[in-house]
Design a protein around this ligand. Sequence first.
Ligand code: IVH
Length: 673
Amino acid sequence: MSSESVQSEIEALRQDLHRHNRLYYIDHRPEISDEEFDRMLRRLQDLEEEYPQYRDPNSPTMRVGGDISGKFEKVKHRYPMLSLSNTYSLDELMDWAARVGKASAEEPEWVCELKYDGVAIGMRYEDGKLAQALTRGDGETGEDITTNVRTIGSVPLVLQGDYPDRFEIRGEIFMPLEAFAKMNAARVDAGEEAYMNPRNTAAGTLKLQDSAAVASRSLDCMLYGLYGDRLPGDNHFDNVKAAASWGFKTPDPSKRFIERCKSIKEIEAFLSYWENERRQLPFEVDGVVIKVNDYALQDELGFTAKSPRWAVAYKFKAEQATTRLHAVSYQVGRTGAITPVAELEPVLLGGTRVKRASLHNADQIARLDIRLGDAVQVEKGGEIIPKITAVDFTRRAADSHPFTYATHCPDCGTALIRKEGEALHYCPNTEHCPPQVKGRIEHYISRKAMNIDGLGAETVAQLFEAGLVKRPEHLYTLTKDQLLPLERMADKSAEKLLEGIEASRNVPFEQVLFALGIRYVGATVARKLARHFGSIDALMAADMDSLMAVDEIGERIAESVLDFFAERHNIEMVEALRAHGLQMEIKKENKEQKGSVFENKSLVVSGVFQNFSRDELKRSIEAYGGKVASSVSSNTDYLVAGDKMGPAKRKKAESLGVNILSEEQYLNMIASE
Ligand code: IVH
């Protein structure tokens, strides 16, 4: 290829990818499939690899991330990054508005916005490209986290439309609640401690030294402030609107995320709307920011040492209540991790009766100096489980004494251990501690693991107490006669349970591997390991280096896998499960050749099918010798068309003379083999 044509292909791909990124992350109306997007991205990656002279820090390929060398550089802010004065009181807010009103001849125009609970970011754009992204730091100097910010899908790397050549835009990076919940579920699955809240998780994520990990965490970014000499408008609202047209994600007026208000009454209406509605938002907000819209009036009002006089934050009161701490109990997880739980005098909080709250770990108890019998403040924030946020020391009994954390497992009495650098205590009695034993079996049968129908936590407890099942492999020797004496176990339910256990022998290896319950190996990591090593034997033979060579497997996971297989009882479990016929390798038949109708043919799959998932159809094509391509081109031999296939694809196939196969025709072709 000539160098001009390489360069123009690279540029065209970048432009297309920036556009599709915007359509996906900001406008929420994608025009192409994820596969198509990935294909284009891969092509661009290949070209950039081959022609490094055309690399660009704002290429869409930079969103994938990579290692960051060393520390984040400290950089002085061009415009100091101030904070806002806060109030929780409507009266104070009204006083502020009245004071501001006096500075202007007529009632000023206000802008009300949500106050996003995330991490402040300031981003400088030059000639329409992201040049630098800084954290707030101490307000004067921030840290350069550009590489990490580039991985956030809703941050434009390249702008569109009529933007000023130099300006700064500020906003908030946050983790949407769904992403936070998913991430925590995966952590709990892998036997890790859940993160406390989305805000801290977003902050921690932005400081990671591996931007590929940042890319996988689904951060989002909302922008709400512009700074520069040549901004298009003379007021805040118009400039935010203009920023949206350049490709930024800004507060949407049609969702009432931002609103111009002509009077204090209108401000009040905005506040009372969000006081309730904020609970429906897919991200956390902790208040409303009220700003003077007009820049000239903003300048006139100026700043105090720390914050502008032209804006104020009205913070929502977290739902709080004070109650008595009766006791601290401890939960023992399947990996032996101990979590302390506060047992409270029941109290009403946000419409529900609360009698337990999370205490996180021993450090948290010590930090707040929580003692038995204390009057404590419980709060329901973004988390589902309420937490204790403070102690009312004025109400502390004279004879109270500092809380002593458990030294021994509350269930089996073994001395607890706490590894260096870890927040949680562990019970090391892995093999015999009852909640660990039951927890492992519950994990083994869970939906994402072996998915055993007819077996729940209650039955597991009964089986354990009856001495029938102490390890997963014991499930496979259960008989109906053993089951029937159990409470609430009828003929039918016993049969169903045995059928469920029987069916688990066919569960794919990657799920079996997850079911083994190796610490830090969640469903996703298990899949990666299974695909990489192909069998339990290869995995057991792997050393540190070969484990760490697997995509996204770091030292912590690798070590945990090695530790797991170093335990005799774990090897015994694997061997017993193998002897019971469980899948200990990736099924060969997936790759098996079944025929050759599509030998040397290129096929594209599109739409939804009756007899196959798309992945199954692809595997089937490969089993009959064909290759699967992601988009229709002149090299395509067949397009297999399912329901809901896009009309553009069909048109393209027709214009290129590609054979279009219905699902039925496809089935006939493979049947004729
Ligand atoms: S305007 C001069 N608008 O709240 C300060 N800030 O407590 C201008 N924040 O540092 C800030 N949502 O990180 C503004 N809609 C919003 C905001 C917002 C969240 C954060 C921001 C700021 C902090 C102040």
